[in-house]
Design a protein. Structure first.
Length: 206
């Protein structure tokens, strides 16, 4: 019997994950059954179970990819020189994230899937640890960027790096939540809004 190439195995795993993600985005993690996943993927149970033992393993694999995608998008944007301002950085991160999750469209469904992953971390300890690690990594990276902003003179000295990091992460999470709920939220709106906030000046106290 001819050996199956690693390329074939990787492509089949990708096919299963993509189909499962579509199924979960449409039906929800808990409403979707493995039979629904099999129908979406178009493979036999044996073919799917060769890669994943059940729905929980599929959910974990999808979550790992979602967290990894956010991390990779952020670090790629943050490594640019000169260091991009928050409006540009968040715009790049979110564009890359949704292009990778939904290259043919379907951004609202992909955002909804991310929300489901976040919710699942409340009951799944493994996912919870994964989320904690991903967020700690991004908080640290944002804090380093805040230091770079301060060194370049565009961030006030009295603004704590950690405070800026958590606020900008919350901004990205809020955008994803709006995308999941309303669908037609444009990254350009976020960029323009942040640019406007960044241009505000406190009135002088007489």
């Amino acid at each position: 019997m001819a050996r199956v190439s690693q390329e074939h195995l990787d492509a089949r795993r990708r096919q299963i994950l993509d189909g499962a993600a579509r199924c979960f985005a449409r039906n929800g993690f808990h409403a979707a059954s493995m039979q629904d996943v099999l129908s979406e993927v178009g493979l036999s149970a044996g073919a799917v179970y060769r890669y994943f033992r059940g729905k929980d393993e599929l959910i974990v694999a999808i979550a790992e990819e979602a967290f990894g995608g956010v991390r990779a998008a952020f670090h790629e944007a943050a490594d640019a020189t000169p260091v991009p301002t928050p409006d540009i950085l968040l715009g790049r991160v979110l564009r890359r994230l949704f292009e990778e999750l939904a290259p043919g469209g379907g951004g609202q469904a992909s955002a909804g899937l991310i929300i489901q992953v976040w919710t699942e971390t409340l009951r799944n300890e493994r996912l919870g640890r994964m989320l904690d690690g991903a967020f700690a990594d991004m908080r640290g990276a944002w804090a380093r960027l805040a230091d770079a902003y301060r060194d370049s003179g565009i961030l006030r000295a009295d603004v704590a790096s950690e405070d800026l990091a958590q606020t900008l992460m919350a901004t990205a999470q809020g955008f994803i939540a709006q995308k999941a709920l309303f669908g037609d939220v444009d990254v350009r709106v976020l960029e323009n809004g942040l640019r406007g906030l960044m241009s505000m000046r406190l009135p002088e106290v007489s």
